[in-house]
Ligand binder design. Structure first.
Ligand SMILES: *Cc1c(COP(=O)(O)O)cnc(C)c1O
Length: 339
């Protein structure tokens, strides 16, 4: 199967598995796993933060970060398309007693004006606006990229009102690959930032949360409380370290594959897509004349996996387990079925 459903479907290569097998390990709840410690140091260095913490998933990294940055009753401003708002099972309300304030934007990227308008005034009746959380790249919006200038403008509004800031960097690697911006520059404006090892980088498990030593110490306690304290986790961290060393370059190729696929899709009358919106490895397009599920089912029977993202919307995601030949095959199949 040519699996374009998500960039989470990648499987560890044999070289990555060898790195996992050979990892030095210890008990990470005691802080004694050398491979986990090395991975955390690597990410802290890359993002230029004081400290970092390995987490089992990006969802846990988001929820730990929200817990550290808020008190119950606080409000967190997010884009209406954000992962925190749409795909985390209502965890923020349940685990941290906070409410989310989703803001609708034209392209999934929060603007300074939209954030300014969403911040609550002082007053006895209002929730306290406490955090602005951005997603770079913005997944549900089609892998859109925030520029550094855009981020600085949004964060400046947040800071001028005393709000804290969080960056969901599940695909920050892709943003950096697309713009050439430095990862540390992308991370600098935020109180907490995390990156995923298990999306485009192709590791089987894990994310890393980064920030000040104080915040990361607090985060370690929350991780334990959520059941995320793992023991010989170096087996997993080794895969992440291998991915960091060997898989970042591939992202540029993934982006080129996505653009090539997008151009072919936009040329077919059955579909609607503005190619200019495809900046990274995610292609979201509309199927105005048929249900997305029907088309996904038809393509599945041809051995091609896409994800329905709405009644008339599909998502295709490129990643390291999809080759240039695979993209040719997908394009050929689309042209044959949906001329
Ligand atoms: C995948 C993803 C997450 C969650 O990561 P998991 O490791 O799947 O829990 C969070 N935010 C964004 C933008 C994502 O794409």
């Amino acid at each position: 199967m040519i699996d374009l459903r998500s960039d989470t479907v990648t499987r560890p290569s044999s070289a990555m598995r060898t790195a996992m097998m050979e990892a030095d390990v210890g008990d990470d709840v005691y802080g004694e796993d050398p491979t986990v410690n090395q991975l955390q140091d690597d990410i802290a260095a890359l993002l230029d933060t004081e400290a970092a913490l390995f987490t089992p998933s990006g969802t846990m990294a988001n929820q730990i970060a929200l817990h550290v940055l808020t008190d119950p009753g606080d409000e967190v401003i997010v884009d209406a398309t954000s992962h925190i708002y749409n795909y985390e099972t209502g965890a923020a309300g349940m685990l941290s007693g906070i409410q989310l304030h989703p803001v609708s934007t034209s392209n999934g990227l929060l603007t300074p004006d939209a954030v300014e308008a969403a911040i609550r005034p002082e007053g006895a009746v209002f929730p306290r606006s406490r955090v602005v959380a951005l997603e770079n790249t913005a997944n549900k919006a089609g892998g859109r990229v925030y520029s550094l200038e855009h981020i600085h403008a949004v964060v400046e509004v947040a800071r001028s009102h005393g709000l804290r800031t969080l960056l969901d960097g599940a695909r920050l690697w892709n943003a950096a690959a697309a713009t050439g911006a430095d990862m540390a520059n992308y991370a600098a404006p935020f109180d907490l930032v995390w990156v995923a090892l298990s999306k485009g980088l192709g590791a089987p498990v894990g994310s890393v949360l980064a920030g000040s030593a104080n915040h990361i110490n607090a985060a370690r306690r929350v991780r334990k409380r959520l059941g995320g304290g793992m023991r010989q986790a170096g087996i997993l961290a080794a895969a992440g370290r291998y991915a960091l060393a060997h898989h970042r370059e591939q992202l540029v190729t993934d982006h080129a594959h996505a653009r090539r696929l997008a151009r072919a899709i936009s040329a077919l009358p059955a579909f609607e897509l503005d190619v200019d919106t495809v900046e990274t490895n995610i292609v979201i397009f509309d199927t105005p004349h048929a249900s997305a599920q029907t088309i996904a089912d038809e393509l599945a029977s041809e051995g091609i996996g896409l994800t329905p993202f709405g009644p008339h919307t599909l998502r295709a995601t490129t990643h390291r387990d999809v080759s240039s030949d695979d993209i040719d095959t997908v394009i050929h199949t689309l042209r044959t079925l949906y001329r």
